[in-house]
Design a protein around this ligand. Structure first.
Ligand SMILES: Cc1cc2nc3c(=O)[nH]c(=O)nc-3n(C[C@H](O)[C@H](O)[C@H](O)COP(=O)(O)OP(=O)(O)OC[C@H]3O[C@@H](n4cnc5c(N)ncnc54)[C@H](O)[C@@H]3O)c2cc1C
Ligand code: FES
Length: 308
């Protein structure tokens, strides 16, 4: 695939002894972060394949990477959705929400991101639990996919619940089907699957007497909190992957601090996955709004620059 990519884009890369050699192709370390493929999955949600052999070699389900689109940009965390350690790529799926993600969409196949780093965070605590339920909402569906895939490979019976606001916003349904024993789809407006939230579907399963030994949820904070509340006292192990705002991503700045069981922890190094019953959700929701003014100013500046 890398060879096809090179032929297609006619780029000239030099090799040095320091460069890694994977699958018989000499790979130039300077190309780390090159966009190999890009696809719009649905409005404002994109899947991007990045050349990142060092990250792909060490990746585990539940971890994330940091990327900087350009020299002046911020470092943003993105979950690694899929990877291939032999071919040296990783997939991310992102939603355009602000300056960095809009800039990312402005880049195409063959472009190189300024900086990529990872894998970061602790791997998900997947293991042999028996019957498990995996929940993803919005762009959290691709993010929960590697967790569901690993749980299935480990021999668990995987029931997945995936949800979105409306059918057009739903992504990764087929991929989730492949790694689930049962798949339930919900949309807020009922345009696909059950009408309602993923937490409603979970409540329905539990009311019907279904039992699970563990639960994972990835998605909006409100969704993860609602699922955690429904599961409390019924599912012994429940994990949520927190989407705290991050600045450094490596435990230096404290921007991603979160209170878990009355202890202050850092999402980037202690998480992103925590036991959902121990998370102070109210504080997390407030902290997510900390930089709203700066985010709006940054977006206005980007839009202003586009008009020049
Ligand atoms: C561990 C981790 C993994 C993540 N994985 C993914 C992923 O796989 N795909 C994806 O699309 N996004 C993911 N995110 C969120 C992503 O990092 C943010 O959407 C991104 O930083 C937004 O940058 P921006 O400059 O485009 O938007 P900004 O201008 O920074 O923000 C625009 C809007 O998005 C909100 N926002 C920003 N960051 C977050 C966040 N962390 N959580 C919730 N809302 C946020 C802001 O409050 C604001 O309303 C992840 C976050 C974390 C912490
Ligand atoms: S993002 Fe800086 S400490 Fe976590």
């Amino acid at each position: 695939m890398i060879e096809d990519f090179l032929k297609m884009h006619g780029k000239c890369y030099y090799s040095t002894t320091a460069n890694p050699c994977i699958g018989g192709t000499v790979l130039d370390i300077a190309r780390e972060g090159t966009i190999l493929e890009k696809e719009e999955l649905t409005t404002n949600i994109y899947e991007m394949k990045l050349y990142a052999p060092k990250i792909a070699r060490a990746a585990h389900a539940g971890q994330f990477m940091l990327l900087m689109v350009d020299e002046k940009g911020e470092r943003v965390p993105m979950t690694m959705v899929d990877w291939d350690s032999t071919q040296g790529w990783i997939d991310i799926v992102y939603q355009e929400v602000g300056t960095t993600t809009i800039k990312l969409t402005g880049h195409g196949v063959g472009d190189r991101l300024f900086y990529v780093a990872g894998p970061l965070g602790k791997p998900s605590r997947v293991g042999k639990f028996g019957r498990v339920v995996v929940i993803g909402g919005g762009v959290g569906v691709p993010a929960v996919y590697p967790i569901a895939r690993t749980l299935k490979l480990q021999g668990n019976y995987v029931v997945s619940i995936i949800g979105a606001k409306t059918s057009n916003a739903l992504v990764y349904e087929e991929k989730m089907k492949e790694v689930s024993d049962e798949l339930i789809v919900t949309t807020d407006d009922g345009s696909r699957g059950l009408k309602g939230f993923t937490s409603d579907a979970l409540r329905g399963l539990l009311l019907n007497g279904q039992e699970f030994n563990a639960m994972w949820s990835v998605g909006p904070t409100l969704m993860m909190k609602a699922c955690s509340d429904v599961a409390a006292g019924k599912i012994p192990n429940s994990f949520a992957s927190l989407n705290s705002l991050m600045v450094c991503g490596v435990g230096m700045c404290g921007a991603c601090r979160v209170t878990v069981k009355d202890k202050i922890l850092l999402t980037c190094v202690d998480g992103p996955e925590f036991i959902s019953y121990d998370v102070n959700w109210k504080e997390l929701a407030i902290r997510l709004k900390s930089y709203m003014r700066e985010e709006t100013v940054s977006l206005e500046m980007l839009r202003g620059a586009d008009k020049l």
